[in-house]
Design a protein around this ligand. Structure first.
Ligand code: F0G
Length: 349
């Protein structure tokens, strides 16, 4: 069941809102006992890579596109580090309207670029970073009347609250102690906090979690407290220097008693390998910033023993095969004889 159907009564939809649906949401909350044991916590990953376009963006995009159609808009526009564009392009294709996506030239993972092109979007590579592309997209939306579907569109963040609601339901009517999440343009952390707060007000959960936001060291404006003019990180999804929802994210962290922390590219990649090799889950680099952060906090003695922690694994690892292949060995190639295979199995190759 898609997000509009599953959570219809909590969303601003009316009888005239079109039922857009790619069966997004309802993603698994995967227990990660081997990694949790290492860290001394009960650890879960909300695997948003299972969404139809492979990231959490689909939860908000479905509502933003439904509302755009309801308002009579006939085209979409967005700037993106890759996942928003893949998601917007997918929904535009499913409802049959054009989609324009602005990407920082040369800085988008190959899988995401392939998605936007396959879904049939008009892909515009901007010689500039994401922050600049976002300014351009806003201008384009104002002048052209295209619906802007970045997270400045309020429906995006409302739809993304559904992730928090699903976590609470999967944990049996409670929130985790810590909610760990990567932060780029700062929309998703704000949406999760709004989702948890709403469930708390409705009496569906007894307590709120601490919101723990993680950024890459080279793109950490919320950690340093000032915009980063030249953001740089291997986690291209969160290569953002001036987050539009910074104010909401700061409020979420402050109200929940949480923190922002930064992790290095090396720590992110090491966490990506740990998640895959000891968790069985392949998530893209940005999604692994929270695990990198938990490992770091554990090392500093700042991770409380025995707590329940959920990490949002925001995007599928398959989106960025180049970064993955840069970290691993190559296959062992053999001829087609059983002898050669048996040699490998015996560890003697
Ligand atoms: N993780 C992934 C995989 C993302 O694609 C993004 C953002 C984030 C985390 C950060 O979420 O921006 O809400 O703080 N991607 C956007 C995009 C910017 O264009 O796809 P945020």
């Amino acid at each position: 069941m898609g997000v509009l159907k599953r959570y219809g009564e909590l969303l601003p939809i009316t009888p005239s809102t079109p039922q857009v649906n790619l069966e997004e949401g309802s993603t698994p909350l995967i227990p990660l006992p081997r990694i949790g044991d290492r860290l001394g916590v009960k650890l879960y990953g909300k695997f948003e890579g299972c969404n139809p376009s492979g990231s959490f963006k689909d939860r908000g995009m479905v509502l933003a596109v439904a509302k755009a159609l309801e308002e009579g808009r006939r085209a979409l526009i967005c700037a993106s580090t890759g996942n928003t564009s893949a998601s917007a392009a997918a929904y535009a294709a499913s409802v049959g309207i054009p989609c324009y996506v602005l990407l920082p030239a040369g800085k988008v993972a190959m899988g995401k670029l392939a998605q936007a092109l396959m879904y049939g979007a008009t892909v515009i590579a901007v010689r500039g970073n994401f922050d600049r592309a976002l300014e351009l997209a806003r201008r384009g939306a104002e002048e052209s009347g295209c619906a802007m579907v970045n997270s400045v569109n309020p429906y995006r963040l409302i739809g993304q609250r559904s992730g928090a609601w699903e976590v609470c339901e999967a944990l049996g009517g409670r929130a985790p102690d810590w909610h760990a999440i990567p932060v780029g343009n700062a929309g998703n952390i704000s949406a999760y906090w709004a989702g948890y707060s709403e469930y708390h007000k409705l009496g569906k959960i007894p307590r709120l979690p601490r919101m723990m936001g993680f950024q890459a060291e080279g793109a950490a404006p919320l950690v340093t407290g000032k915009p980063c003019p030249e953001p740089e990180t291997v986690a291209t999804a969160i290569r953002i220097g001036n987050p539009v929802s910074a104010h909401l994210a700061r409020a979420a962290v402050q109200e929940s008693g949480g923190e922002f922390n930064a992790v290095s590219d090396e720590e992110i990649l090491s966490a990506q390998r740990l998640l895959a090799s000891e968790g069985g889950v392949f998530a893209e680099p940005a999604s692994c910033a929270p695990l990198a952060g938990l490992v770091k906090l554990k090392g500093q003695g700042r991770l409380p023993e025995g707590i329940t922690v959920t990490m949002v694994l925001t995007g599928n690892g398959l989106k960025d095969p180049d970064t993955a292949m840069g970290q691993v060995g190559r296959p062992i190639e053999i001829g087609d004889s059983p002898e050669e295979l048996l040699k490998v199995l015996a560890g003697r190759s």
